[in-house]
Design a protein around this ligand. Structure first.
Ligand code: ZN
Length: 250
């Protein structure tokens, strides 16, 4: 379950019992976390430092993904610190003190952690990433690293819920083609709505993740919750950050 702590940061209850694991979502009150045409990089840096300070991270090594609405998950290593990995929408690492970050405003942030192998991962899944099954690619990287998917904990962060995620028929068809047709819903008034969370849960369980290991944060819709940015509500280029990483365990 998503929960806001006293420091004004959201985290997932099922990820909060691990001493060295940092897994958090910023809110709109921290400001935009992603550089864009209208915002100086220094402003973004300031917003990020405020967020990291609140997480008690001093100048952390951060890796970001280009986020091209694709399905690729890249492995991040220490040499990627401070970099953005081109062509990636997801990241995974076995290294400590390397924090993986994606930016979202309605798209679904997916975080993953294998407590046995100490691997962390993250992905950004809008309708494109979801139909390209980025969630499955994320688990595949964990398996490549030696994880048993049954041991992987997955969390779905704040995203748009189906109540506010109306799509056209072309997008609905992509879900059907991907075998995710159950995530497409029709309202009584004839609107076509997509449930990004249930689509990703299906993909994750097919990839071997236990459903009971998925923290799905129901009842948080970015469109409705002023705590987050929402593209559909009109927040333009502003994005919150989702971050995951392991501190050194001493
Ligand atoms: Zn909603």
């Amino acid at each position: 379950m998503l929960r806001k702590n006293k420091r004004g940061i959201y985290s997932l209850t099922s990820f909060s019992d691990f001493k060295n694991l940092i897994c958090a979502f910023s809110t709109a009150s921290f400001g935009n976390m992603k550089p864009n045409r209208n915002l100086e990089t220094s402003e973004v840096e300031k917003n990020r430092s405020k967020f990291f300070d609140r997480l008690s991270l001093k100048k952390p090594s951060v890796v970001t993904a280009e986020q091209v609405h694709g399905g690729r998950v890249s492995i991040a290593t220490e040499k990627d610190a401070g970099r953005q990995i081109k062509g990636a929408d997801g990241l995974a690492t076995r290294e400590k003190n390397l924090f993986l970050m994606v930016f979202v405003a309605d798209c679904l942030p997916i975080v993953a952690y294998d407590p046995k192998k100490e691997i962390v991962g993250i992905a950004h899944a809008g309708w494109e990433g979801t139909t390209k099954k980025i969630a499955s690619d994320l688990i595949e990287v964990f398996i490549k690293f030696g994880s048993n998917p049954k041991n992987v904990l997955v969390g779905l962060g704040p995203g748009i819920e189906f109540c506010h995620y109306e799509v056209g028929n072309a997008v609905a068809n992509k879900f059907a083609q991907a075998g995710l047709g159950e995530a497409v819903l029709k309202s009584l008034s004839g609107k076509v709505l997509v449930d990004l969370k249930s689509a990703n849960i299906k993909t994750l369980t097919e990839a071997g993740v236990n459903k009971s290991n998925i923290d799905a944060s129901l009842k948080v819709c970015t469109y409705e919750t002023g705590d987050f940015f929402s593209f559909r509500r009109g927040d333009g280029d502003s994005r919150i950050a989702a971050v995951i990483g392991l501190k050194n365990g001493n």
